[in-house]
Design a protein around this ligand. Structure first.
Ligand code: PMT
Length: 405
């Protein structure tokens, strides 16, 4: 196995300006230990010559469906069988449309239909083309058939426009393939993560909220995907992009979060409650903006449901990982919450004084019945990964215990 996790990789090149980047991509794939065979569409050969890819991969490049020389050496069905994986980079709007339609009018589109291996596409096109409903619809069709869509990047484009549509950089493509092929600690597990704050309306323009940015919960969702889990992320209002591979459900209030969690909780193996859910909401939000007429204003608040505690109380429910945000007596309060909510595990972080919330880094005291571990201050991405290491051990022990009992 290579560090992309694949042995025989069929690299398809379609006709876009970013085809030049695929030379470096092919080089990196070969350097990672993969055996690479390149298939180019007619249009792709106008941007880069087949000879370039032949030199980089050390293998002949295939361009035509009806080519006696290539068919004699390796027929196209054989080529489809040879591959462990197909990667199409760049994938133009036209080629994505042909894949979605199931057309087989050239070698690459025929190979796509003839092969049953995992397929990844790296879209590259002008920003307006990328945003067109037809392109988005074709991508949804492909995603629903299990095609991995890697990228695109956003930024300046060769045509002078700027925005999403740029092909991912070769190093990012190689890394993305590595994570796709890495089976991971939570392969086969369904995970539900909550993240971000909730906002509880006072009137149409004001709300009761908190400082959660969603960074910790999103990092956790991303780490779970990297480790092979199928992840649903129920998120309050945050300004973060959805990590690739995550199914995101947006909510605003605690009641909506409660609804979204219980709609998705069935068959969930692990529930990770990282959201800072408002404990209280205004009892009767005003229908119109409150006017500044009195010196004092009292808000009447009522309790929100405790989502985590309700999930933990489910019969045959998921393994529950709660979070605790504490401004004092971290360990003591965390242990009390673990017991009170009957959780399997709790990750407690100090907050206030510019800690925990909003920052890119954090520290966690992870506790479970019978053990604890302190994870020092580090980037939330790295912290999430370390937390999953602890979680995996405890989760496996829990599964073994449940099966044995
Ligand atoms: O989003 P960031 O800016 O990255 O910050 C990360 C974080 C500090 C928000 C995160 O690490 C964290 O601590 N999240 C939990 C915050 C919190 O609400 O803690 P709590 O002690 O009030 O709640 C305990 C647990 O019960 C939490 O898992 C919470 O999701 C859950 N809860 C709380 C109230 C409620 N009504 N329903 C719940 O499910």
């Amino acid at each position: 196995m290579t560090n992309t996790g694949t042995e025989c990789l069929l690299l398809g090149i379609t006709g876009g300006i970013s085809a030049y980047k695929s030379v470096e991509l092919a080089r990196l794939l070969v350097a990672s230990g993969a055996r690479v065979r390149v298939v180019m569409t007619e249009a792709a050969t106008r941007f880069v010559t087949p000879l370039t890819f032949q030199a980089v991969t050390g293998n002949p490049v295939h361009c035509h469906l009806f080519d006696e020389e290539y068919e004699a050496a390796m027929g196209h069905i054989e080529l489809a069988r040879w591959a462990d994986q197909m990667l199409i980079a760049p994938a133009t709007a036209d080629f994505l449309a042909r894949m979605a339609q199931g057309l087989a009018d050239d070698l690459l589109s025929t190979l796509y239909l003839a092969s049953s291996v995992p397929v990844s596409v790296v879209p590259a096109m002008n920003v307006h083309m990328w945003r067109h409903a037809a392109v988005q619809q074709n991508l949804s069709v492909l995603a629903s058939r299990g095609v991995n869509i890697l990228g695109p990047d956003s930024g300046a484009q060769a045509c002078g426009d700027a925005g999403p549509g740029r092909m991912l950089e070769p190093t990012d493509i190689v890394a993305a393939l590595g994570s796709l092929n890495h089976r991971g600690m939570f392969a086969g597990n369904k995970v539900l993560v909550t993240a971000g704050p909730t906002q509880e309306a006072i009137d149409p323009v004001r709300f009761v909220g908190n400082r959660s940015s969603g960074k910790m919960g999103f990092a956790l969702a991303e780490a779970f995907v990297r480790e092979g889990a199928e992840v649903v992320l129920v998120s309050g209002p945050v300004a973060l992009n959805t990590p690739p591979g995550v199914r995101r459900v947006n909510v605003q209030t605690a009641l909506q979060m409660h609804g979204a969690v219980f709609e998705n909780i069935k068959k969930t193996d692990i529930f990770a409650g990282c959201a800072a859910v408002a404990d209280y909401r205004p009892e009767l939000p005003e229908g119109q903006k409150i006017k500044k007429t009195s010196e004092r204003l009292a808000l009447n608040l009522v309790r929100n449901p405790d989502i985590l505690a309700e999930v933990a109380a489910l019969k045959d429910g998921p393994y529950t990982l709660g979070f605790a945000a504490e401004t004092e007596n971290l360990a003591e309060n965390a242990r009390a919450k673990l017991l009170a909510k009957k959780l399997n595990m709790l990750a407690a972080n100090p907050v206030g004084d510019n800690l925990g919330f909003e920052r890119d880094d954090n520290s966690l005291l992870v506790i479970w019945p019978g053990g604890e571990k302190q994870l020092p201050v580090q980037d939330k991405g790295a912290l999430a990964q370390s937390l999953l290491g602890i979680l995996e051990q405890q989760y496996q022990a829990h599964v073994g215990h449940v099966k044995g009992s």
